[in-house]
Design a protein around this ligand. Sequence first.
Ligand code: PRT
Ligand code: ZN
Length: 300
Amino acid sequence: MFYSNNRLRIAMQKSGRLSKDSQDLLKKCGIKINFEEDRLVSFSENMPIDIMRVRDDDIPGLIIDQVVDLGIVGKNVLEEKILQCEKYKKFTFYKILRSLDFGFCRLSLAMPLNFKYYGLKCLENARIATSYPNILKKYLYKNNIRFKLCILNGSVELAPCTGLSDSICDLVSTGSTLESNGLYEVETIYFSNACLISRVGYISNIKRLLINKLLIRIQGVIKARESKYIMLHISIDKLKDVVRLLRGAEKPTVLQLAGDNSRVAVHMVSSETLFWETMEELKLLGASSILVLPIEKMME
Ligand code: PRT
Ligand code: ZN
């Protein structure tokens, strides 16, 4: 069944930082899949979609080699693979269909706490440990810095304290790994998050329609996650102040309140985070019954 030409093949990370978010996204898009732990390929029960779960580093290659139609991968992994292919003059045909709202991190240079960093120049001839040699080379060569590469596929943060390197270039999200290993961030060389990529070349009409449907649903899921539904009661003369306060909100729906001619109910969708401070300001304007609700799905 997997090799049927009309079933869309999507590659995602099997286990790791992107796997849960990738699975959740497809689930929210209405794709029913029963993931079995030890299976490479899982089949959707309700849509012609097959999911291949692999190591994240293999996903760009599966797209470039046209083994799968779509892939969910970190931009860092994609960029590293593209630069590696360029080095070997291998063609890389792929398309980024859209950025996704998870997997945010940055690739940064970090130094031991006892080292006084005074700019990129102090990295001249330094030994730098990383799992991203090509992104690092591109960045440092562009800045005319020569350095010695120490390629590690894991535990990069341990390299300086074991004497393997002077500095590291690794992914950072909260910064706590650096801190607990006596390191501090000195330069960010690449910002990353997950993205949806597609192979290029012939894609049947059936698959193309399915990809478009999926893209609309992903847009709906992401938009809904970024938005909230706000409801409140306010006196009519304060309506303009409320709208001014709720920036990022669409035009409100204003409804008459039963048995009260001076106050109205306001309903609106906002794409901005509503902080407690804004709620307190709404309260000061005289708003009451303020409700902020999550939105499950959206279609514009
Ligand atoms: O087994 P497989 O090869 O599939 O997984 P992996 O171990 O190579 O990757 P994984 O699961 O660690 O990360 C997958 C992707 O998640 C990465 O390619 C990034 O796109 C994204 N991502 C987001 C991160 C992080 N945040 C992250 N913090 N990937 C790794 N880290 C690591 C980092 O390397 C360091 O060890 O987390 C540590 C730092 O985290 P903080 O929070 O302490 O700063
Ligand atoms: Zn990996």
